[in-house]
Ligand binder design. Structure first.
Ligand code: SAM
Length: 243
């Protein structure tokens, strides 16, 4: 079901992976820490829980424990605000704080999956902890924007693997500032994988492989965008098409 009404912002949202239909549920770890020590919520306060797989529930704080919180579920429903197609962005990793910015904005714009890619000219190393951190950013952004499904963060992958022919069954696009065609995800919503390169751009070898494997290339206007801006611009085009 798609949401008919604008998202009500009155209740704080918390992630709860195993959300029962009714009764009580205990939330722990970072979510409980946020509720107890950052927001200092009280018994009787209303909140919203979501499970990351399209369901959310209205709830009330029942009991505050030392490291967890018991919540009474009042009603659970399936509420999807997802794009009607799979939108995967295979992006190089930006520097520093720009990583959080990129992840947040892609969640808000409805991107389905974000693959952290090492391109030949990538200057930022992807580590296991990068992926863990990005998953935390996904959770925080989903709480804020009312999305009930979590954008997936893929395992680190190389550009060689991304450009392999069988990596994706839908449309494959390369965001290329020097393409003669605009990057237009038109012709109806369809599953799309879009590659966004590093600050140094793609190498001739990568461009050649993409062409050989029949990737389409498209530009996003005459200005050179930072990679996180390019990823956002792509997602914004796709979500405008769909929403
Ligand atoms: N000097 C680099 C080059 O020659 O490609 C610029 C790289 S740009 C900072 C980083 C990535 O963002 C690019 O590899 C491309 O995927 C994407 N990008 C930036 N501006 C773009 C534009 N106007 N059109 C399409 N893609 C763009």
């Amino acid at each position: 079901m798609r949401r008919e009404e604008p998202i009500g912002r009155s209740f704080r949202r918390f992630f709860c992976e195993k959300l029962p239909e009714s009764g009580e549920v205990e939330i722990g770890d970072q979510e409980a820490h946020h509720l107890l020590h950052v927001l200092r919520m009280k018994v009787g306060d209303k909140l919203e829980l979501f499970d990351g797989r399209d369901c959310s529930a209205a709830g009330v704080v029942e009991e505050l424990l030392k490291r967890s919180v018991r919540v009474r579920i009042e009603s659970k429903s399936r509420v999807s605000v997802e794009l009607p197609f799979r939108l995967v962005i295979a992006a190089a990793v930006p520097k520093g704080d720009r990583q959080q910015f990129m992840v947040e904005k892609l969640v808000e714009l409805g991107c389905t999956e974000l693959w952290p890619v090492t391109y030949q000219r990538s200057s930022v190393k992807i580590e296991k902890k990068t992926v863990m951190r990005w998953r935390r950013y996904v959770l925080e952004a989903s709480k804020q924007c009312g999305r009930n499904r979590l954008m997936e963060i893929g395992e680190p992958i190389s550009s060689r693997e991304v450009f392999a022919a069988d990596v994706f069954a839908g449309d494959r696009w390369l965001a290329d500032p020097y393409s003669s065609q605009p990057l237009e995800l038109s012709g109806g919503p369809s599953d799309s994988l879009i590659a966004v390169g590093p600050e140094g751009g793609l190498t001739e070898e990568e461009l050649g492989t993409a062409r050989e494997r029949e990737w389409r290339t498209g530009h996003l206007g005459p200005r050179i965008l930072r990679l996180e801006t390019a990823a956002m611009a792509v997602a914004a085009r796709a979500s405008l098409l769909a929403d």
